[in-house]
Design a protein around this ligand. Sequence first.
Ligand SMILES: NC(=O)c1ccc[n+]([C@@H]2O[C@H](COP(=O)([O-])OP(=O)(O)OC[C@H]3O[C@@H](n4cnc5c(N)ncnc54)[C@H](O)[C@@H]3O)[C@@H](O)[C@H]2O)c1
Ligand SMILES: O=C(O)[C@H]1O[C@H](OP(=O)(O)OP(=O)(O)OC[C@H]2O[C@@H](n3ccc(=O)[nH]c3=O)[C@H](O)[C@@H]2O)[C@H](O)[C@@H](O)[C@@H]1O
Length: 327
Amino acid sequence: MNPNIVVPPEQSNMRILVTGGAGFIGSHLVDKLMENEKNEVIVVDNYFTGSKDNLRKWIGHPRFELIRHDVTEPLLIEVDQIYHLACPASPIFYKYNPVKTIKTNVIGTLNMLGLAKRVGARILLTSTSEVYGDPLIHPQPETYWGNVNPIGVRSCYDEGKRVAETLMFDYHRQHGIEIRIARIFNTYGPRMNIDDGRVVSNFIAQALRGEPLTVQKPGTQTRSFCYVSDMVDGLIRLMEGENTGPINIGNPGEFTMLELAETVKELINPEVEIKTVENTPDDPRQRKPDIAKAKELLGWEPKVKLRDGLPLMEEDFRLRLGVSKKK
Ligand SMILES: NC(=O)c1ccc[n+]([C@@H]2O[C@H](COP(=O)([O-])OP(=O)(O)OC[C@H]3O[C@@H](n4cnc5c(N)ncnc54)[C@H](O)[C@@H]3O)[C@@H](O)[C@H]2O)c1
Ligand SMILES: O=C(O)[C@H]1O[C@H](OP(=O)(O)OP(=O)(O)OC[C@H]2O[C@@H](n3ccc(=O)[nH]c3=O)[C@H](O)[C@@H]2O)[C@H](O)[C@@H](O)[C@@H]1O
């Protein structure tokens, strides 16, 4: 090929690895990446919390490949970009085998950085707002170092992601790897596991089954919920842009868990009861992203409000649970 011909970036073919691509956010990201005919997408996943079903429309597609692989083992392939998502995200699942969660975050991220270094790929890590722990600053800007319990039951995830961020920056400084770090705040949408255990999927499944909505005590704790299409848009902008991050990607609309339960009840099943149940240790009391950096550096902000996103998720849950809407 003539070396003087410069191929503009939007014209070049890209081979993209998505680890954890059979999961909730990963499978939506794959859908978006596959829309670009210049992209070839490879998913690696161990199916711990993900499923082939989430990718069924792409299985057999000539630009798509699915590999059963655990990221705690080395991976030798040739790719241009790596979206590194592999890690259980629901507290129930990441606490199920905490040692494995740490291995996934630390050894898994080391392996993906090793791959990025060998082939010269750009790598994006999906970190989390949990790096801020139980935050003492509100809302949380990226400059906040957090308030994390290093020995608690959530630490395998929180500290695991903090080490993963450290590894990303050390590979960047020491080996010149091109890195991107997204700090994702609570994301919801179609394809979440019905029994995933996270609050939005729990409340929607409970409302559709006519079971009480289980608000964990005190119920005044807050979260800020981002719809999955907004999240995927933010991740792609971060990968394609020039900033390493970390950058918060989330929706600043903040709700108490009681408010969320009231909203789900009103929109999905006004007859359902709301009951208060025991909470788990170290549950953060408040969480809201400061997204000034995402707005300025990525030109990104979320578009889908909670009241518009919940019905889209309801539709998907109705189909999967076989519960039709009353006329
Ligand atoms: N959804 C959120 O609200 C949220 C918030 C903050 C950060 N994140 C991060 O985003 C990423 C995706 O989250 P999600 O909500 O889609 O979760 P998910 O559990 O649906 O997806 C995670 C995927 O990773 C796979 N996986 C887990 N361990 C693996 C391993 N050792 N090797 C290979 N694959 C493995 C799972 O099988 C699953 O398909 C995670 O890194 C998570 O920490 C998510
Ligand atoms: O977004 C993030 O940064 C992190 O948020 C979540 O962790 P968490 O906010 O604890 O998620 P949930 O399990 O959905 O809990 C949210 C709140 O709802 C409450 N909850 C949960 C479940 C339930 O049935 N009822 C209920 O009131 C919890 O006590 C908590 O206060 C994700 O699961 C993590 O993967 C992610 O990294």
